[in-house]
Design a protein around this ligand. Structure first.
Ligand SMILES: [Zn+2]
Length: 434
């Protein structure tokens, strides 16, 4: 007798829980013309299945012309995967109707508001997965939500396709021409790396190939999507500059901050290494010994002890110190909002450096003068793009590629880049699920 009593309570509570689930669904995922009938656990207890049926008297809509049309027949029940709930997979079960559409003059399957014709995921779930796919690798998303990589791909594709179709025309496209790896061991391009092909004439073939791949990507973007690239971010490597000038002449081309700073650090380091060697040769006190990171790190990132050492070092009239101070002074550039003031500062800085008689720094100043307009585009672009996009672009592109480990096609590369960088509009959702 007691056993029976317990079973009865459990069955009753499950019943209540399922009823409440339908109440919740009606709140967050309700579509006129359809009703949630019944919710139950699957036979293995691992998922929740919710039956959906058309509301009595509501007509099916033709998926061809999106208009109501007379019914024809019903297909076998389909399972639409919904957002998992407390560790249970959730499926909506629905038998699609077919309509005999007078406008399309054909028997066509109906359109359902929660999904699209081809995919087994509901739109809400696709949006959910796609949002997570911005934060985690696609593989991790698949594992975390107990779905497959292909379904995450589908979800991202759905959201990106929507975004491309619904975005307002304007300078929205961003491509970072950097170390983007689209297949294992196959770099699209280099950026400020020590193994820069210039140093290895034997690698020149690779250099040209990289250049061609950048060009191929730009071309592929345009061909597949049918719109122009409005915004390109790259480093100062001449082959990029050239291919970007040629292939997307209308694009706003920005030299990104990350690379400029990296170049500057390299120059300071060169000065330090040269001077350190000279001092050792001439028998001076090894002042510059172990000073490398003191000079390269941002001041605020130094530990107290390092800060004291840096302060001591700055008292000496060394080339290295002057190069360091020039580099530090240059940081002020990024604080400007107005391109005009940034330009004034940049010109002044370059003049000062040209008088410094420090060759590696002068080389940078010359290159800055040569690409002045592209550097100033950074400031012009901030009027158009939310802050952080330009700055984070290269890192983000890298992150995107690393996360999308295992991708092999341009399609996936495109989706991943658009998804994480494109700032595309998202499909509307009747409810915020997280
Ligand atoms: Zn139709």
């Amino acid at each position: 007798m007691p056993v029976r009593f317990i079973l009865g309570v459990r069955a009753l509570s499950t019943f209540h829980f399922m009823l409440q689930l339908i109440t919740i669904l009606n709140r967050c995922h309700h579509f006129p013309g359809f009703v949630y009938r019944r919710a139950r656990f699957s036979s293995d207890g691992k998922s929740i299945e919710i039956e959906v049926s058309p509301r009595v008297g509501s007509k099916a809509r033709c998926s061809g012309c999106h208009q109501p049309a007379p019914g024809y027949d019903r297909l076998a029940e389909r399972r639409f995967e919904f957002i998992p709930f407390w560790g249970f997979l959730v499926f909506l079960l629905y038998s699609m109707r077919r309509v005999d559409c007078p406008r399309c003059q054909a028997v066509v399957v109906e359109e359902v508001p929660w999904g699209d014709g081809k995919r087994t995921l509901t739109r809400a779930y696709m949006l959910f997965l796609a949002r997570w796919a911005r934060r985690l690798s696609w593989k991790e998303v698949a594992e975390n939500f107990r779905t497959s990589w292909d379904k995450v791909f589908d979800a991202v594709e759905h959201v990106v396709t929507y975004g491309l179709e619904h975005r307002s025309l304007g300078p929205l496209d961003a491509i970072g021409v950097d170390e983007i790896q689209y297949a294992k061991g196959h770099k699209i391009s280099h950026a400020g790396l020590p193994d820069r092909p210039r140093r290895h004439p034997s690698a020149l073939g690779g250099q040209r190939a990289d250049h061609r791949i950048v060009s191929g990507i730009l071309h592929s973007y345009r061909r597949r999507t049918g719109f122009e690239i409005c915004f390109v971010c790259s480093d100062m490597w001449e082959p990029y500059l050239k291919v970007i000038r040629e292939k997307c002449s209308e694009a706003l081309h920005i030299l990104d901050r990350f690379h400029i700073v990296a170049k500057m650090n390299k120059a300071v380091d060169e000065v330090r290494a040269g001077e350190s060697r000279r001092m050792a040769r001439e028998g001076y006190q090894p002042l510059l010994k172990k000073s490398r990171w003191l000079l390269l790190k941002r001041g605020e990132n130094l530990k107290t002890e390092q800060r004291f050492r840096l302060r001591d070092l700055l008292r000496y009239n060394l080339k290295t110190v002057r190069a360091y101070l020039l580099k530090e002074a240059f940081q002020q550039l990024w604080d400007y909002n107005s391109p005009a003031w940034a330009a004034k500062f940049l010109d002044q800085w370059c003049r000062q450096v040209m008088r410094s008689r420090i060759e590696p720094m002068k080389k940078i100043a010359r290159s800055m003068r040569e690409h002045r307009e592209l550097i100033l585009n950074y400031f012009r672009a901030q009027k158009l793009f939310s802050s952080g996009v330009v700055e984070g672009l290269n890192n983000k592109a890298k992150v995107t590629m690393r996360r999308s480990y295992g991708f092999r096609t341009f399609r996936v590369l495109e989706l991943a880049l658009y998804h994480s960088l494109g700032k595309l509009p998202e499909p509307e959702s009747p409810h915020k699920f997280f």
